[in-house]
Design a protein around this ligand. Sequence first.
Ligand code: NAD
Ligand code: UDP
Ligand code: UDP
Length: 343
Amino acid sequence: PAARHRELAGARHFVGGKVPLGLKRKALRVLVTGGAGFVGSHLVDRLLERGDSVIVVDNLFTGRKDNVVHHFANPNFEMIRHDVVEPILLEVDQIYHLACPASPVHYKYNPVKTIKTNVVGTLNMLGLAKRIGAKFLLTSTSEVYGDPLQHPQVETYWGNVNPIGVRSCYDEGKRTAETLTMDYHRGANLEVRIARIFNTYGPRMCIDDGRVVSNFVAQALRKEPLTVYGDGKQTRSFQYVSDLVEGLMKLMEGDHVGPFNLGNPGEFTMLELAKVVQDTIDPNARIEFRQNTQDDPHKRKPDISRAKELLGWEPKIPLREGLPLMVTDFRKRIFGDQDSTAT
Ligand code: NAD
Ligand code: UDP
Ligand code: UDP
């Protein structure tokens, strides 16, 4: 195992595509927690594509077997139904830690479970990484900035989070997960990476997860009114999922701990988003205003200078290009086409 580790450490320099001519990159063993979810399943596709072995650990709370079923016959793929709140013993080289519900509707469903997943689950995955000397990447969130008083948000901003509100199980959970990650880095010398992910959309999102893009797209397809919460003037910045996956892999393979904002700086009000959905799906889709939820952040937009400079990463797909790709997937799933998972 020690020799194998040295071999793999050497191989790390070439992971991510840039293999010098004539040199074959060594395959890695990669754990993706939450790998049956929306983002995780796209990451799994890319890791297997580049020749790595992938273990998914997922309790299928918000994830679906359908998202990864196309890999079930692949000997390099394995899925374990397991809750990260419980300890687990595995041997891998890298850990992408994504396990955690991401949609407000899902994470508010059982807030105590959400904070346990973020705190105890992250602690277990860090303990695992420490025992086996694996590199650890945490998927944190733009929610650590809360309802931000700085705009756009830079990584050095400490945020404006309500510690006792209905979103706190997620926001404060992720903030603690970041703390734990840095404490294992400093205290146990663990190699870690932190990504702060901004709103992401794309194929395989849960259709009824209550997030704004999935809601609007499903509503327009079903000929239901688009539900705009509040006055619709609050903003978000929407990133297409393949851009995010590219960023996560560059972060893991790069030399910098972070945190790094990974998001698309293109900022839209919810009314502007509704217009893009109308233009893409149905110009006659009606808009219906609903009461907004508690503690809803007024604006959110990433400053991605750090990721651009240190990771050589920036998103490539604007909303008007990415949305149609998601619509194709949603259309198939809503109207019952069997090929929906092939996207
Ligand atoms: P998702 O809900 O589709 O995926 C999360 C996955 O984790 C699911 O497969 C779920 O079953 C699994 N999971 C949840 N709790 C678990 C537990 N206790 N044990 C094992 N598995 C568990 O969400 P996503 O959008 O793919 O998000 C992935 C990660 O990225 C999350 O950590 C989320 O906080 C982060 N993130 C996502 C976004 C976004 O816009 N999608 C934004 C910021 C951060
Ligand atoms: N852990 C795990 N798998 C491992 C090693 C540790 O799930 O391979 C869990 C372990 O159960 C503990 C947590 O990770 O709850 C933190 O482990 P660590 O060794 O850092 O702390 P300690 O066990 O000393 O409290
Ligand atoms: N939102 C909306 N209509 C919906 C769902 C959400 O107007 O059907 C708004 C919500 O109030 C928030 C924004 O869209 O201001 C983004 O919400 P989402 O749940 O997608 O993600 P968040 O960034 O809040 O985690």
